[in-house]
Design a protein around this ligand. Structure first.
Ligand code: ARG
Length: 588
């Protein structure tokens, strides 16, 4: 394994251009060489245009000076031309491109460096609420968070997957009281063997409890007493609470298994975990002057955000009745992650409606001295999943869409699509592929959309065989694997680096070379759709290559070189889909 990775060709060109710039003008040694891929050559540098003004020189002349001082970077660069207003068009030697393919193929990490080693990244994602079913609102946090956990993990970070379950709060007093008062309820009577069905029962009980709480003041009082019992650790109440949590966790586990996300019970770090830290956290905030008394409550007023009346917006650190809520828990949570877990980076993946909340939590943590400039904290916000009518996705009767139902729908749809495409599959094969492709289609549709945007849940579109879909990418991967099976060759095959490169081979090889750069990009932008977009580009580059360059029938060394490109494509697609948490079946 090469922990340092294979230096991307783009990076090699950028370094060579930087060197040329500093040869021409030593004072510009730190200037950005502005190198990117280009349609006119392999790479293009816009440095002369960017720097011309500073140098009081026409960009074309400056570009010509850079070009004249650009060396071949050890034979990597074959040609440079100044074009248009002063672009440098850089063409690589064929040998350098083949060498990059060979180096990536020889490495089990595809030459991707371990850039995040030594960084502890806490990723807060999924966070469903106990006694409620996971619904469409938990889909995005679960799969975006999981993809980020995979990318950071692949790049060597020490990832802490923090599943901030909503497993604590006054609502549990109400629910427990209701369950105890209703011995006829399904909680007591039904065979609760499948986690999912018992949680639907709980979900119903929760709604019934809420209705009774609102309608019957006497019940509301008994429920409040039960909250006190729970908080003071009454054994019978705690035991019931523990049963409810355990049932819910089983149901969450069933969804996580089906979604193929990394979350396990070891990652369940729910709100209850922070219960013992709340009083101390609030005391510290008061001590430091960050939290103040307000009518008997303790609040953290923002120094930056004001509400409609000009009043500061506050976080509720402790309620007037002495109780703690969502805000209190997040204050204790961020303190724990920074002071105890010693995180280098914090990510919170929730929908964009919680932006203000996290903005305030980060501000409070900064003022308390917990969050320093050495640590980056991000709210990884995302948009809403819409239904066919363009409003937030609901069932036909207006209810919340259960995550399991949504996955079932996609799997059913994709089963039909795959069966039509490949009628020779046995029903068992078809079931297995449909499950992987259906779940993959749902995940890909989400991860390929710009994170902050809303998108429409459209099972027909997301399971299409063509276009930017998970199914298309899985097919692309399976097709390459099928060619490799027919080629029946060693891994990796020998590459003749002296062979000339066909344009489609070249485009494919240069795209393959970008993989690690795109992953790094995802750790900066926290946008998995950039990886999705890259994989789609790669699949299309492969299609063009395959349409124009015969593989199996070509004479050697062309055949062997092309098989090498096929192998690297298959492995890059599989790895890339893997970072999105999407399976890459060998056959479809
Ligand atoms: N349980 C919350 C919800 O369903 C999400 C928790 C997000 N994480 C956090 N640290 N607040 O909205």
């Amino acid at each position: 394994m090469l922990t340092a990775g294979v230096e991307p060709l783009l990076g090699q060109v950028a370094a060579a251009v930087s060197e040329a710039i500093s040869r021409v003008r030593p004072e510009l040694a730190d200037a950005d060489p502005v190198v990117r891929r280009s349609d006119h050559a392999d790479f293009q540098s816009n440095a002369a245009l960017a720097l011309a003004k500073r140098m009081a020189m026409p960009p074309k002349r400056l570009g010509a000076e850079f070009a004249a001082r650009l060396d071949s970077a050890g034979g990597v660069i074959a040609d440079v031309r100044v074009s248009g207003p002063g672009f440098l068009n850089v063409t690589l030697s064929d040998r350098a491109v083949w060498e990059a393919v060979a180096a990536r193929l020889a490495d089990d990490r595809l030459g991707v460096p371990v850039t995040e080693r030594g960084h502890r990244v806490v990723i807060d994602y999924s966070g469903p609420n106990v006694a409620k079913e996971m619904h469409v609102g938990h889909l995005r946090t679960t799969i975006i968070g999981d993809s980020l956990a995979r990318v950071f993990g692949f790049l060597g970070a020490d990832v802490v997957r923090a599943n901030h379950l909503g497993d604590w709060g006054t609502q549990f007093g109400m629910l427990i009281q209701y369950i105890d008062e209703h011995p006829e309820s399904p909680w007591h009577t039904e065979e609760l063997d499948s986690g999912t069905s018992s949680v639907s029962a709980l979900d119903g009980l929760y709604k019934a409890a809420r209705a009774e709480f609102d309608a019957d003041p006497a019940f509301a009082d008994r429920a409040r007493t039960r909250v006190v019992a729970l908080q003071s650790g009454d054994p019978a109440t705690l035991a019931r609470w523990g049963e409810i949590v355990a049932e819910s966790e089983r149901a969450f586990g069933a969804i996580y298994d089906r979604l193929g996300v990394l979350l396990t019970p070891d990652d369940y770090l729910g709100e209850s975990f922070y219960n013992d830290l709340l009083a101390d956290t609030v005391a510290e905030l008061v001590d430091k002057g960050v939290a103040v008394d307000s009518d008997g409550a303790i609040v953290v007023p923002s120094e930056r955000v004001t509400g409609p009346g000009g009043q500061p917006v506050v976080l509720m650190a402790r309620k007037r009745d002495g109780g703690y809520g969502y805000d209190s828990t997040d204050l204790a949570t961020i303190r724990h992650r920074l002071a105890t877990l010693r995180a280098d980076r914090l990510l919170y993946v929730t929908d964009s409606r919680q932006s203000l909340h996290f903005h305030l939590v980060f501000e409070a943590a900064r003022r308390a001295g917990w969050l320093t400039d050495a640590v980056q904290a991000d709210h990884v916000a995302y948009g809403t999943i819409l239904g066919p009518d363009g409003t937030p996705f609901k069932t036909r009767s207006g209810g919340t869409v259960r995550l399991m139902d949504l996955l079932d729908e996609a799997v059913t749809r994709v089963r039909a699509v795959v069966a039509e495409k490949n009628p020779t599959l046995t029903p068992a094969e078809l079931d297995a592929i449909a499950e992987q492709a259906g779940v993959g289609a749902v995940k890909y549709a989400d991860l390929s959309t710009s994170r902050v945007k809303d998108y429409t849940f459209d099972p027909t579109r997301m399971t299409a065989l063509t276009g930017d879909t998970g199914v298309y990418l899985q097919y692309a991967h399976a097709r390459v694997r099928s060619i490799l099976r027919k080629a029946d060759t060693v891994t990796p095959p020998p590459i003749d680096t002296a062979a000339p490169l066909d344009p489609a081979e070249r485009a494919l090889a240069l795209t393959l070379d970008d993989y690690g750069t795109v992953l790094t990009e995802v750790t900066h932008s926290l946008e998995p759709h950039r990886l999705a977009g890259y994989l789609y580009t790669l699949a299309r580059a492969y299609t063009t290559f395959y349409d124009t360059c015969p593989v199996l029938t070509a004479p050697d060394p062309t055949r062997s070189n092309r098989i090498a490109l096929c192998q690297l494509t298959a492995r890059t697609l599989e790895s890339g889909l893997g970072q999105l948490g999407i399976a890459a079946p060998q056959r479809m």
